[in-house]
Design a protein around this ligand. Structure first.
Ligand SMILES: Nc1nc2c(ncn2[C@@H]2O[C@H](COP(=O)(O)OP(=O)(O)OP(=O)(O)O)[C@@H](O)[C@H]2O)c(=O)[nH]1
Ligand SMILES: [Mg+2]
Length: 351
């Protein structure tokens, strides 16, 4: 993004129009935490998050892209990547444990993020692109929560597969679900295919597409690139390198999407909360029959079905939520419409 006024304006729209509504309706408990303080200014580069089971070649991919090792880098089969590592540009190669990624603060880390580290490498590619390497897929909740946070910050998410991991394990599925409000950012790399015939590769593609489509809601599965395979890899690298040209537009698009989700979330909560506490049983019934409830609500407010994020996750969270804590109505709901309108205007003007 360029131009301080432009950044300040977009930040103001978030802080004064979107964030208050997020807070009022506990958006962070259902979707993702508040955007980092410096979200609009700190990273002027595009960024990519690498996610996949152990030994699928995530760290090797970083090395291929930057053309060298990063400090503390570990490549299998023995040593594993043991935390989230943000690989970014710096004139002196070093690892900086206390300099957190994407403007995250210590408080955010204590409250929300596990240990992560920033590594600087003097590689030209990193002047325009930041890469987040991750551990193998872990089963604990913190891992999924961290992934969700990083998924919010980055521009592209690459899911890694190899012939041993064509089917999605339960934990990998949980990880993808944690990021599924960002499915439009996802791409797939299918690695270690050198010894496979064309037929075997195509067969594996079909299996991957099938298993991914069971987890994601969008009709088109993410594009698959064949790792360690000349043209595919070059094309992907070219795509990643061109991401930074569009960074302002993507950040605004993301914010519009967030404001729309916040609005739908607020409407849903208001509608469900109307029956509480007197009609508690009815509210629980409507949550159990979430599909129907959602249809009622989107017809009533004329919302696009495509705009509704993560039904199943929402249903689970609502089932254990105390509606007494929620406001039953909000006069300020139109703040979100105004924010969306103003952001759309920003898209039509240059910074
Ligand atoms: N044949 C082949 N081997 C690869 C490829 N990419 C990575 N490898 C090998 O796979 C092993 C694991 O690679 P890593 O890059 O450490 O995998 P990772 O996904 O980072 O592993 P974790 O950090 O443990 O999650 C290493 O021995 C690599 O040399 C590939 O495209 N083809
Ligand atoms: Mg690794």
């Amino acid at each position: 993004m360029t131009g301080n006024n432009d950044k300040n304006n977009i930040e103001k729209i978030y802080n004064e129009m979107i964030l208050p509504m997020e807070k009022k309706f506990f958006f962070n408990k259902f979707y993702s935490c508040e955007l980092a303080k410096d979200y609009f200014t700190v990273e002027e580069k595009a960024s990519v998050l690498l996610v996949g089971p152990e030994l699928t070649g995530k760290t090797s991919f970083v090395r291929k892209i930057i053309g060298q090792n990063y400090p503390g880098m570990r490549i299998g089969p023995g040593p594993k990547t043991d935390r989230f590592i943000m690989v970014t540009y710096g004139e002196n190669d070093n690892a900086i444990p206390d300099n957190l990624p994407f403007g995250a603060t210590k408080e955010l880390q204590t409250a929300y993020l596990s240990e992560c580290r920033r590594c600087c490498v003097d590689a030209d590619v990193l002047k325009n692109l930041t890469i987040v390497d991750t551990t193998e897929i872990l089963s604990d909740e913190n891992f999924a929560r961290d992934l969700a946070w990083f998924a919010e910050q980055v521009d592209v998410i690459i899911l890694f597969f190899d012939p041993e991991n064509v089917l999605i394990s339960r934990d990998f599925r949980k990880s993808i679900e944690a990021m599924n409000s960002h499915e439009d950012k996802m791409r797939i790399i299918f690695n270690k295919t050198e010894t496979m015939s064309r037929g075997e590769v195509l067969n594996a593609y079909r299996q991957i597409q099938f298993s991914v489509s069971k987890v994601l809601s969008q009709q088109e599965p993410p594009e698959i690139y064949r790792g360690s395979f000349g043209d595919d890899e070059k094309e992907l690298k070219k795509d990643l390198m061109s991401l930074h040209n569009n960074i302002r537009k993507r950040k605004i698009d993301q914010l519009i999407k967030r404001a729309k989700n916040a609005k739908i979330h607020a409407l849903l909560i208001i509608e469900l909360g109307k029956g509480c506490p007197k009609l508690f049983g009815e509210v629980q019934f409507r949550i159990r029959n979430f599909e129907e409830t959602w249809k009622e609500i989107y017809n009533k407010f004329n919302l696009g079905i495509r705009d509704f994020p993560q039904k199943k996750k929402m249903q689970e969270k609502l089932a254990s939520w105390d509606f007494a804590n929620f406001p039953c109505f909000s006069k300020k709901l139109n703040l979100l419409d105004d924010a969306i309108h103003q952001l759309e205007q920003c898209l039509t003007t240059s910074p």
